[in-house]
Design a protein around this ligand. Structure first.
Ligand code: RTP
Ligand code: MG
Length: 210
């Protein structure tokens, strides 16, 4: 049993203990985690299998996740801390964080949906020109809210208060990236965090969510 599964044994205690539901193996959901359990001879719950939260979380819930990145220009300009702070202060949960210097191939894969565009080669060259900071953020409506906090693709159309509106001018130097839909978030998080992220419990969430 993995450590992630072991940590769920606490959660299992919260499953309502209805003996009329007694079966040899029962599937239950605690929070967002699906697991299978059965009772042992002492009537204690024993988890027999569990499925950790997928790296992309669960869209449409408080465990929705997105991939955000500080691009090479944002790293060079010393904006990593500011960008992280904005999401932290809003109440979102950081579950994945690392610096990566993308190869050209990684940049091409990341922006594959734009491969037919004339700006694609330059975009990929710039995205692989230095380290980026990869982040996985979690919380209610994070995919859409993350994009709003980034601002418009075109910095000159971005409202002051957004990251791009506060810190950038030119289209090809717009500081940050954010997944634009659940499908993109899933693909990007699988690509940039193949090792997974951290399913930690943020105790202050009781003061963030009602
Ligand atoms: P991102 O993927 O980086 O978060 O940006 P986005 O969704 O706001 O915009 P997207 O259409 O995905 O474009 C990716 C990046 O390509 C550059 N771009 N250049 N020259 C052009 O017409 C053009 N259009 C887009 C931008 O740097 C944009 O962020
Ligand atoms: Mg995009």
């Amino acid at each position: 049993m993995s450590s992630q599964c072991r940590s769920l044994s606490t959660g299992a205690a919260h499953v309502s203990h209805n003996h009329s539901l007694w079966t040899r193996a029962t599937v239950a959901v605690v929070g967002a985690t699906v697991f299978t359990y059965q009772y042992n001879k002492n009537n204690a719950i024993v988890i027999t299998d569990c499925e950790a939260l997928p790296v992309h979380g669960i869209p449409g819930t408080n465990k929705e996740r997105t991939f955000l990145a500080v691009k090479p220009d944002g790293v060079q300009r010393g904006l990593v801390g500011d960008i992280i702070a904005r999401f932290e202060k809003r109440g979102y949960k950081l579950v994945g964080l690392k610096m990566v210097w993308p190869t050209l191939e990684m940049a091409q894969e990341h922006y594959a949906d734009l491969s037919s565009k004339g700006f694609y080669p330059g975009l990929c060259k710039f995205f692989s020109s230095g380290p980026i900071v990869c982040m996985c953020w979690e919380g209610k409506d994070i995919i859409k809210q993350g994009r709003q906090m980034l601002g418009e693709t075109q910095p000159l159309k971005s409202l002051p208060g957004s990251i791009r509106g506060d810190y950038s001018i030119d289209l090809g130097r717009n500081i940050c990236h954010g997944s634009d839909c659940p499908e993109a978030a899933e693909a990007e998080l699988k690509m940039w965090f193949p090792e997974g992220v951290n399913d930690w419990t943020k105790t202050v969430d009781v003061h963030v969510y009602e």
